[in-house]
Design a protein around this ligand. Structure first.
Ligand SMILES: [Fe+2]
Ligand SMILES: [Fe+2]
Length: 307
């Protein structure tokens, strides 16, 4: 079956999300209510849900020299980036599960992915109020483009490893971190609830993935995809740098290098790379690690290399 002929992940991610069909919204929230999973959005004055410490910005001389208005603007940009990214992660989770249901070899596998898809639809519904309508149709940034291509191109075996074992495992750490440091009680709880579901999604991947059955073409696909992902992590907090630059105007290279250094960019990247290595290290996947180690892919770039 060539699924590429009838499934376009990019199209699914750019689908409109206006919430204009009130009858459909009633069905959606009614269903979540019956499942005991309905959440109410409490609008607050706070625009920046995570503090400067979460991004390492409290150690930045550039940030500390900003006025109050600029500081809030930078933190709001950083928060919005995280929430928009989470929105598209959940939206792509939906598309991923739809693909896996159609590719399932057994009925139980199809049922499992359908239920995981229901979790992703729920998470998406929870995150949606935090993302304004204009940001719900165009996934931006290197990671989301990577994720879209991965879901589009990967077959079920490769995706079980890449999407569920690695990225859902990674998502677990990410959401846990977001929840722990979030300054809004409602969002904090919502993120903690997502973590609980994602743990099961990750575990399902570790149960279903059979590395011994991979062909050499599948192994190559996995290897290349892992390398591309690690490249994005090795460069550290470039997204934070771009938000600072967006608010303050163009930064020169020396300012960028100092900012990355003060954000502890390489140190944070090293911690993330270590977590990823642990996630990749499941029996039967040792050769992926050896290959990536040989290419020094678990070593972060220096601040100067990042700019
Ligand atoms: Fe999710
Ligand atoms: Fe998930």
């Amino acid at each position: 079956m060539n699924i590429k002929n009838f499934m376009n992940i990019e199209r699914s991610l750019s689908a409109s999300h206006t919430e204009n069909n009130k009858d459909l919204i009633k069905i959606l929230s009614g269903k979540l209510k019956r499942l005991g999973r309905e959440k109410h959005y409490f609008n607050t004055e706070l625009q920046h849900y995570w503090p400067a410490e979460f991004f390492g910005l409290h150690k930045s001389s550039l940030f500390n020299n900003c006025n109050e208005h600029q500081r809030i603007k930078i933190l709001t940009e950083c928060s919005n980036h995280l929430l928009r990214e989470a929105y598209f992660i959940e939206k792509s989770g939906l598309a991923y599960c739809a693909k896996m249901v159609l590719l399932a070899d057994t009925t139980e596998v199809a049922q499992t992915y359908s239920l995981i898809g229901s979790d992703e639809a729920t998470h998406l519904q929870w995150i949606t109020p935090y993302v304004t309508q204009e940001y719900r149709t165009q996934p931006k940034g290197e990671f989301l483009i990577y994720l879209t291509e991965l879901i589009q191109q990967g077959d079920s075996s490769c995706l079980m490893y890449l999407l569920q074992v690695i990225l859902e495992g990674w998502g677990l750490h990410h959401y846990k971190d977001l929840s722990q440091h979030c300054q809004n009680t409602h969002l904090k709880k919502l993120l903690a609830d997502i973590v609980r579901d994602e743990a099961l999604h990750h575990k399902t991947g570790t149960i279903l993935f059979k590395p011994e059955k991979l062909s050499s073409a599948q192994r190559n696909f996995i290897q290349d995809s892992l390398a591309s992902f690690l490249e994005m992590v090795r460069v550290g907090p470039l997204a934070v740098v771009s938000h600072v630059e967006f608010v303050l105007g163009g930064l020169n290279n020396a300012e960028k290098i100092l900012l990355i250094e003060q954000l502890s960019g390489p140190k944070t990247a090293a911690i993330k790379l270590k977590i990823l290595k642990q996630l990749m290290s499941i029996p039967g996947c040792e050769k992926f690690i050896d290959h990536l180690n040989a290419k020094k892919m678990f070593t972060p770039y220096s601040s100067a290399q990042c700019v």
